[in-house]
Design a protein around this ligand. Structure first.
Ligand code: GDP
Ligand code: MG
Length: 774
């Protein structure tokens, strides 16, 4: 519990003090040291500060300060007494027992993983905790924080895998998220994961963490590649210069993980020699400014305990809007208006002086100073990049081909073609087996069970519906295998790179490309992945056109219908044309949106090209299987239920059991809406399937599996139908995801309605024009 929660007269043992270094130092200097007993002399409600007795002295603390001190109290220990204790009398719980409890709780640490995208945070997270979070070779996989437990050397660690960031300014949602987490959750120790094969760039974030004055340990990850390349650096010197232990690791093999956690414990227990708080020297102009701003901030207890004042001063000088607002809010009272004005005046004065003397704005000057610091530190540590084997050399060679202006595109489309061709050709075999199995099961049940609604439900509803979708599992697995391969090898980033210019023409950010490609798998995570797009406008457009990316749920319908109408040589072509139409529609719509609806400018950004890596079989296998599992879950859930409902609506009619499908409930419904789809040449069975597909698009296939209706249409109508399925209302889950990401129903409803209108228009157009031509 927190010290602030102890009542007058109660006693507790101090477990730990959280918060940034400056705060901790001050509190510890007052005598609040781990393992010491603290007694509350006076803690009246609404009374601030509170009086404590610690180490024989009387000390007063503010409530907020006492909030950041963790203690174990007698009452708390009494509640969770060990089983073998003979008495329940709380008086008997000795000080010694309390102390051992405090010690035990002290052995629980909150650890946050911070680092650039792709440096291996999630790999460490998974390795240390045995979890199966998603790793990938491009930025944007981790959009939320994930938590898991790990255990080393008798300590328990709550690990938080934070989103990857290059910096801690506040330009992207990730950066703000990480900052907020560090300030509010106050992890006991931060593990700063660094890609050692790209030291200079990765250390930039480290310098910002140093400013925040938090306890941390550096994991120099990808050390295998560092060594393979023949790079050298004196780690001891580097550790000393940065004031934190630096542990070489490779999360691929698990090398260094134990040492890393040992260092974390040492830093936490203050037994690590290298660990100290350093100041990066920003040059006297900026340092003067920092000092002056700090003078003001130090007067405010509230601000002072939450953040390092030096960090805040630096951020204020950088003109960080988020921090400026935070500080402004704390000085918002009337009687502090003067302070506020004076603080801003000092800030502006300092910034003006920096501009005068260094000829650059404070933000640039601070950034330059940080890189200067890094360069200096690296030189002193004898950092040298080797020439033995440069991973980037191979990468550059491959990139010269794959990201080439002329051959890049054909190769990209060739890869897509191979992907789909393999998916269908190879997937055909297991698909036939499952199909035969499903058929056999249906026949077996049909012949053994007595005639009646139950048999009909099992054979026509469950097996007919779920069976017609489950046969596509192998193909979906193969498709996901390819997508995982592209992601993990680094090719996806190249695809994004060559698409960048095109994306800009669409009014989108190059970064939008990855969510769009992810959309081929499933639109829902893709909508969430748009968080990496820094500009809100681009992000919104990306979300709105995402439903046109043909997700794997649509695949069963494609395979089913193309298999019947376009079997053989043209099947792949028809499929690719569908994907192409989806892409084309997204291009057209995003163009319209960015030109006429959501106008504005985007900030330029750097596109990352991580080195190519051989994806591990284990990772690929896991990613592929995770998707397959999702698919099976859907099968046993929504698709099963929908199949039974569709069957029931088809089995019964207004007069009880329906004599024919046409006279059943579903038949009536279909006939009622049939005129709506007359321009497309669909029949009522197909119309009903579309309605059923609102829940999930696989249900279109399972409904057709139950109702039939394909034999009565022409190939042209079949193609129009495929287009409609591709373009209309994505699915409820996607719409909800858009609502969650934009924060309002408005854009979600717009997405639902406009996609359906587009689908209707395009399919009608194709059918009508097609009829004229043929
Ligand atoms: P995150 O973005 O920081 O979470 O990084 P991930 O954990 O997703 O890792 C990115 C990629 O780097 C994955 O393909 C990992 O397999 C790979 N990776 C992680 N650690 C190492 C390492 O120590 N050595 C090598 N060679 N690859 C690694
Ligand atoms: Mg990650």
């Amino acid at each position: 519990m927190k010290l602030s929660e102890l009542k007058t007269g109660e006693r507790g043992i101090i477990v730990k003090v959280t918060g940034h270094g400056g705060f901790r130092k001050r509190i510890v200097e007052m005598g609040f040291i781990k393992g010491k007993t603290v007694e509350v002399l006076l803690n009246a409600p609404l009374q601030d500060p509170v009086k404590y007795k610690v180490m024989g002295y009387e000390v007063s603390l503010r409530h907020q300060e006492a909030d950041m001190i963790e203690v174990v109290s007698k009452a708390e220990a009494g509640k969770q007494k060990p089983q073998d204790s003979e008495t329940t009398d709380s008086e008997v719980i000795t000080e010694r027992y309390l102390r051992s409890r405090a010690l035990k709780e002290r052995r629980h640490l909150n650890v946050a993983l911070v680092g650039n995208p792709n440096c291996g945070k999630t790999s460490l997270f998974n390795y240390a905790s045995g979890a199966h979070a998603r790793v990938g070779n491009y930025s944007g996989v981790t959009v939320d924080a994930t938590e898991a437990e790990a255990h080393f050397y008798g300590y328990d660690f709550s690990l938080t895998d934070l989103p990857g960031t290059y910096s801690l300014t506040c330009y992207s949602p990730e950066e703000l998220y990480v900052r907020k987490h560090l300030a509010e959750q106050m992890p006991d120790v931060v593990i700063n994961v660094i890609d050692a094969s790209n030291l200079e760039r990765n250390l930039y974030l480290t310098t910002q963490l140093v400013d925040m004055n938090i306890r941390m340990v550096c994991a120099l990850n990808m050390y295998d590649e560092f060594e393979r390349r023949g790079d050298t650096v004196d780690l001891k010197t580097l550790s000393t210069l940065f004031g934190m232990p630096m542990v070489p690791t490779s999360f691929k093999t698990g090398m260094g993980v134990k040492e890393l956690f040992k260092a974390v414990i040492q830093v936490y227990e203050n037994t690590q020699g290298a660990s100290r708080h350093i100041h990066i020297n920003y040059g006297h102009e900026i340092e003067d400014g920092i000092r002056e701003i700090q003078k003001f901030l130090k007067a405010d207890e509230h601000i002072r305990q939450r953040y390092s004042t030096r960090y805040l001063a630096i951020k204020l000088l950088e003109n960080d809007p988020n921090i400026t607002q935070y500080v402004g809010q704390h000085l918002a009272d009337e009687h502090r208006a003067h302070d506020r004005k004076q603080l801003l005046a000092v800030r502006n004065h300092a910034a003006a002086r920096v501009l005068e003397e260094t000829a650059s704005d404070s933000e640039t000057a601070i950034m330059d100073a940080k890189y200067g610091f890094i360069n200096g530190a690296l030189r002193e540590a004898g950092y040298q990049t080797g020439t033995k084997e440069n991973i980037y050399r191979t990468t550059h060679m491959i990139d010269r081909v794959l990201s080439n202006k002329f051959v890049g595109f054909p190769i990209f489309f060739l890869i897509l073609f191979v992907m789909f061709q393999t998916t269908f050709a190879l997937g055909q075999y297991p698909m036939d087996w499952i199909d035969a199995g499903v058929g056999w099961l249906g026949e077996w049940i049909g012949s053994t069970m007595a005639e009646g609604p139950l048999r009909s439900m099992l054979v026509d509803g469950v097996i007919g519906g779920v069976g017609s979708v489950i046969v596509f599992l192998p193909q979906i697995l193969i498709l996901y295998f390819f997508i995982s391969l592209m992601e993990d090898s680094g090719y996806m980033a190249r695809a994004a790179f060559i698409m960048d210019r095109l994306m800009h023409k669409m009014g989108l950010h190059g970064k939008s490309f990855i969510p769009l490609v992810m959309g081929f798998g499933c639109n829902v995570p893709a909508v969430m992945a748009t968080r990496t797009v820094e500009s809100r406008r681009s992000r919104l457009i990306t979300m709105l056109v995402l439903p046109f990316m043909s997700c794997s749920a649509r695949l069963p319908i494609y395979i089913m219908i193309t298999g019947i109408f376009f079997a053989g040589r043209y099947q792949s072509m028809v499929m690719i044309s569908l994907y192409a139409v989806g892409i084309l529609m997204s291009v057209i719509v995003s163009n319209i949106l960015s030109r006429f609806v959501l106008r504005g400018e985007d900030t330029p950004f750097v596109m990352e090209l991580p080195p190519y890596r051989w994806p591990t079989a284990k990772a690929i296998g896991r990613h592929t299987w995770e998707k397959g599992k999702e698919y099976l879950k859907k099968m046993g859930g929504i698709i099963l239920v929908a199949s039974i409902i569709v069957w029931a609506l088809g089995y019964f009619g207004p007069m009880g059991t329906a004599p024919s499908l046409a006279e059943s409930f579903i038949g009536r419904m279909g006939q009622a809406i049939e005129p709506l789809f007359a321009p497309q040449g669909f029949n009522w069975q197909l119309d009903v399937s579309l309605i059923a597909g609102v829940g999930a698009k696989e249900i279109v296939a399972s409904t057709i599996g139950v109702l039939g209706g394909l034999d009565a249409i022409t190939p042209l109508a079949a193609y129009a139908y495929l287009l409609f399925v591709l373009l209309y209302f994505p699915c409820i889950a996607t719409i909800v995801a858009i609502k969650n990401e934009t924060g309002t129903w408005r854009w979600a409803v717009i997405a639902a309605v406009y996609t359906t209108c587009v689908a209707w228009l395009v399919s009608a157009l194709v059918y009508q024009v097609g009829q004229l031509v043929s």
